[in-house]
Ligand binder design. Structure first.
Ligand SMILES: NC(=O)C1=CN([C@@H]2O[C@H](COP(=O)(O)OP(=O)(O)OC[C@H]3O[C@@H](n4cnc5c(N)ncnc54)[C@H](OP(=O)(O)O)[C@@H]3O)[C@@H](O)[C@H]2O)C=CC1
Ligand SMILES: CC(=O)N[C@@H](CCC(=O)OP(=O)(O)O)C(=O)O
Length: 347
């Protein structure tokens, strides 16, 4: 038994005043094996957490703005809930100082530095560290995550798209060509900031696509699908939409079925791939996924319908973008890294 299985670990939440940070607070406060020792925010440093998030009123914890050395001295694990680019600045020294890093940003998700430059308009800040980072999809990388010093948590849209598609590509039930995902996200996906297109009157009573060509999640999704299909490249259409809800992502994915493949075979492939995946819920025939059934949970529900008319399968998946799409998956990864029950703090 490792030391961590007998005692509590100390966690820092870096970027705790944002939406992913708030969700980490909610989940880690109720985690029996974790003590939150440090919650960072530049703008709210010195103020009680309950001042900024009234639902935490009464908790004896203040925001602070410590140096990276101070974070490393106080914590066994650091969750980075920071904008991409900034996250790497923290990850590099923290990993060097032996702190386990669970990064929620996009900085270490892409294996290709060329793709990072193309989609994030910046040279990758730490190509050497990128080689050590493990893409933290617990359903397919659990063994690698166990030994990781740096876990790159998958993006929210990519989580909702890869969970239904990967087992089907691996089993050769669908073609890797011509996949389309039309996905919808609640407004918290854009972060906790004041920005005109995201204020209430602009989003309410509105459904709008954005980033329909070349969204920054595209190379991440394609990287994971190509690996599953066992090919060098996969090209998909990914069409995100902003919808007037606070939380939740729904993806409707269309893929070409291989000859003779039935909906039952699709569900069988999912059930067998996800037999040991506590947070994937395969829905029975006749049901499709619904964000309201996963809100504030770490579940991803997946469902399918086959269409004999076109020979396509229509996949439907739903997650809470802040839980399975961000903080919940991060806690799931922390549980795996430290040898805790994968579900701890998440049910
Ligand atoms: N929202 C979502 O649904 C998802 C978000 N993510 C990713 O998680 C990360 C956080 O996202 P989200 O919670 O939405 O973001 P928010 O904008 O809500 O919060 C960002 C946090 O980072 C802190 N911060 C910003 N700039 C700096 C800086 N230069 N130095 C130190 N701290 C800084 C802010 O605190 P302060 O300004 O007070 O210092 C704040 O706590 C991003 O990389 C995002 O892409 C991933 C999956 C889903
Ligand atoms: C609604 C909205 O704006 N969503 C964000 C994605 C959410 C997010 O932060 O993406 P990561 O998972 O990469 O961190 C976007 O489209 O860029």
């Amino acid at each position: 038994m490792s030391d961590h299985q007998v005692g509590k670990i100390k966690a820092a939440i870096v970027g705790a005043s944002g939406y992913s940070g708030e969700e980490l607070l909610r989940l880690l406060f109720r985690h029996d094996q974790v003590d939150i020792v440090c919650v960072t925010s530049r703008q709210y440093a010195g103020r009680p957490v309950g001042d900024v998030f009234p639902r935490f009123t009464g908790l004896d914890l203040n925001f602070s703005s410590p140096s990276i050395d101070e974070i490393a001295e106080s914590a066994d694990v650091a969750f980075l809930a920071l904008p991409h680019g900034v996250s790497a600045e923290f990850a590099i020294p923290l990993v060097e100082k032996g702190v386990k890093v669970i990064d929620i940003s996009a900085d270490f998700r892409l294996k290709s530095t060329e793709k990072y430059l193309e989609y994030y308009n910046a040279e990758h800040p730490a190509p050497e560290l990128l080689k050590k980072a493990v893409y933290g999809a617990p359903e397919r990388r659990k063994e690698a995550i166990k030994n990781a010093d740096l876990v790159a948590c998958p993006g929210c849209y990519p989580t909702s798209i890869t969970l239904p598609l990967v087992p089907l590509l691996k089993a050769g039930l669908i073609s890797s060509e011509g996949i389309i995902s039309s996905s919808m996200s609640g407004v918290s996906g854009a972060g906790r900031k004041v920005d005109l297109p995201f204020i209430f009157p602009e989003c309410n009573e509105s459904v709008r696509p954005y980033g329909v060509v070349g969204h920054r999640h595209l190379p991440e999704i394609e990287q994971e699908l190509a690996e599953a299909a066992g090919v060098d490249d996969v090209a998909i259409n990914f069409i995100p939409h902003l919808v007037p809800t606070n939380r939740g992502i729904h993806s409707t994915i269309i893929a070409k079925l291989k000859d003779g493949v039935s909906a039952d075979q699709i569900r069988e492939a999912w059930n067998s791939s996800y037999a040991d995946a506590p947070f994937v819920r395969v829905l029975p025939a006749g049901r499709l996924a619904d964000t309201k059934n996963v809100t504030l949970t770490n579940y991803c529900e997946i469902a399918c319908a086959t269409d004999a008319h076109t020979g396509n399968v229509i996949l439907s998946s739903a997650i809470d973008n802040l839980t399975k799409g961000a903080a919940g998956q991060a806690v799931q990864n922390m549980n795996i890294v430290f040898g805790f029950d994968e579900k701890a703090g998440l049910l």
